[in-house]
Design a protein around this ligand. Structure first.
Ligand code: NI
Length: 139
C-alpha cells in the first residue's frame, strides 16, 4: 500500500449534509472511506473507456431455457470470444428460468460490445453489465 496523505476539502454546508446523509444510508464508517471509494470509482470509469484498457466485468443474464435455444446461443457466443470470456456461472433459478453470470476481461469497449450482443439476444429477459475494476486499480 502506498503512503497515506491527509488533504483538506472545502464544501458547502448543504452539500456536506447531503453527503453525510448518504454515507449513513450506505453504511460508511467515515467520510474518508467514502471519498476513497468515490475516487476509485471515477478512476475505474475512466479506465473502462481507455483504448487498450485492462478491465474485468461481469454480465448478468436471465433467460427461459425452454425458449428459442437462447442458452445454446449464449454458449456459442462465449466460445467465439474465448480471449475475453474467462468463465461463467450458471444458476437454475426456477423450472424455466436460468441466471448466467459471464465474467470477462479485456478492453472496456470490447466487453461492452460483447455484453450488449448477449443482452439483446431474443429470449434474454433481463441483462445487466457490471463493469468491474481495472487490474491496475488494486489499491
Ligand atoms: Ni438453468
Amino acid at each position: 500500500m502506498s503512503e497515506t496523505v491527509r488533504i483538506g476539502v472545502s464544501l458547502g454546508m448543504g452539500l456536506l449534509d447531503d453527503f453525510d446523509r448518504l454515507l449513513k444510508k450506505l453504511g460508511y464508517a467515515n467520510r474518508s472511506e467514502a471519498l476513497r471509494d468515490l475516487i476509485r470509482r471515477k478512476l475505474a470509469e475512466e479506465q473502462w473507456e481507455a483504448p487498450g484498457g485492462d478491465v474485468f466485468a461481469a454480465v448478468f443474464l436471465v433467460y427461459d431455457h425452454h425458449k428459442m435455444s437462447v442458452g445454446a446461443r449464449l454458449v456459442d457466443m462465449q466460445h467465439e470470444s474465448l480471449a475475453r470470456v474467462i468463465g461463467s456461472f450458471h444458476v437454475h433459478m426456477a423450472d424455466d428460468l436460468c441466471l448466467e453470470v459471464v465474467v470477462m476481461h479485456g478492453e472496456g469497449a470490447e466487453l461492452r460490445d460483447l455484453a450488449s450482443r448477449m443482452i439483446s439476444l431474443k429470449g434474454v429477459q433481463y441483462g445487466k453489465l457490471n463493469m468491474g475494476i481495472s487490474s491496475e486499480m488494486g489499491h
